[in-house]
Ligand binder design. Structure first.
Ligand code: NAG
Ligand code: NAG
Ligand code: NAG
Ligand code: NAG
Length: 343
């Protein structure tokens, strides 16, 4: 009996072992299947990742940080029209617009204000992309240990800008027609003003776009300084994302929309629709006589200002032709990654 019992237990032990082995084998086969499946799906995932990197657009948003734009607008270059677009788009495109009001319309700030402004603009988290605008000369943010915003600007043919400003102060514009302007009632024409050699229409007053791009240095504001001229050109190339010209505002808007849709999506359509309401016109403007123009073209200040304008225009034409060229499949991305290793 004891033997039998023993026999039975030995047999059942044998059976038990067989069952255990069977269970284990089934388990292992199942595990192998699972591993194989996981491999296939991870392969699939990395294929997906590759095609996304290869073919698709890079996101037009800035995931890590909300972008900050700074339009340090030059007076009388059509800036009110352009800023009007930003105000019309800000709710729809979800960004903030802020006007930087500098006391007494000064275009440069004290050193402590420069530091405050640079620190504030670069660290103020508005929870949205932000668009600052204000009539302030170029400011080098890195000098204050701050991150620079994306600079954009618009410039205009220098003499046109001056003549337009001259008549604007006398006759106002269609934007705020009832506002009394500083020289309201003064009937002196620009030609007469130049002939009489008045300070208001002195060629030295043309010195504005060069110093605006040159910045907050003493020599930037010395009329006709060739150092300032070089500095302005360098800043335009190195520190501005885009500088347009007033004479091609629509194209400026189009390039911005293609480049920074996060702010300017829908802006071209809006600009075309509302070009009447967006464009501000001086009520009266008498074109200057040839003699008046010659007086200006003879001056060093005009020559440098004009050369700066031409420089900016060439750069804008260049950017525009690469960005808005319909032969290059419009605004689509024209580069992609490939031969990514290791796999
Ligand atoms: C800047 O602020 C002053 C004082 O509040 C105001 O009179 C002036 O109109 C403002 N400037 C602009 C361009 O809005
Ligand atoms: C920036 O200035 C504004 C207005 O004075 C203020 O409300 C804000 O807290 C400042 N932000 C930072 C980060 O200093
Ligand atoms: C009108 O403006 C011109 C040019 O600045 C100036 O010479 C003239 O004195 C002004 N006339 C009056 C009446 O203020
Ligand atoms: C401009 O310069 C030329 C040559 O230097 C001179 O003959 C002419 O009188 C100048 N014109 C004016 C309006 O100053």
């Amino acid at each position: 009996m004891a033997m039998r019992t023993c026999n039975i237990s030995a047999r059942s032990l044998f059976l038990f072992n067989i069952i255990t082995v069977l269970v284990l084998v089934t388990y292992l086969v199942d595990l192998e299947k699972k591993i194989a499946n996981a491999k296939v799906s991870s392969q699939h995932n990395s294929d997906l990742l590759n095609t996304q990197v290869n073919g698709a657009l890079l996101p037009s948003s800035f995931p890590s940080q909300n972008p900050t734009l700074f339009y340090n607008r030059v007076p009388k270059t059509g800036s009110t029209s352009f800023v009007g677009l930003a105000y019309d788009l800000c709710s729809r495109n979800k960004f903030k617009v802020l006007h930087v009001n500098v006391s007494k319309n000064a275009h440069t700030m004290s050193l402590n204000d420069q530091l405050r402004f640079a620190r504030n603009l670069s660290s103020w988290d508005l929870k949205q992309p932000s668009f600052y605008h204000g009539q302030i000369a170029y400011l080098d943010f890195t000098k204050f240990g701050s991150t620079a915003p994306i600079f954009i600007n618009l410039i205009r043919q220098p003499l046109d800008r001056m003549v337009s400003y001259y008549y604007f102060l006398r006759y106002g514009d269609d934007f705020r027609p009832h506002l009394i302007r500083r020289k309201q009632g003064n009937k002196t024409s620009f030609d007469d003003c130049v002939k009489e050699g008045q300070t208001e229409c002195d060629p030295n007053n043309l010195w504005l776009q060069v110093p605006f791009f040159c910045g907050h240095h003493a020599d930037c504001w010395v009329p006709g300084s060739s150092w300032a001229f070089e500095q302005a050109k360098n800043n335009l190339i190195k520190n501005y994302l885009l500088v347009g010209v007033t004479e091609q505002m629509e194209e400026f808007v189009a390039v911005l929309e293609a480049t920074l849709p996060i702010f300017f999506k829908g802006s071209l359509k809006l600009y075309r629709q509302g070009s009447k309401s967006h464009l501000r016109k001086t009520n009266l403007k008498i074109p200057p006589k040839a003699e008046t123009i010659e007086r200006f073209t003879n001056s060093t200040v005009w020559q440098l200002e004009n050369e700066f304008y031409e420089f900016a225009l060439r750069q804008f034409e260049f950017v525009k032709s690469r960005t808005l060229n319909p032969d290059l499949s419009g605004k689509g991305q024209q580069f992609f990654y490939e031969k990514i290793r290791p796999k």
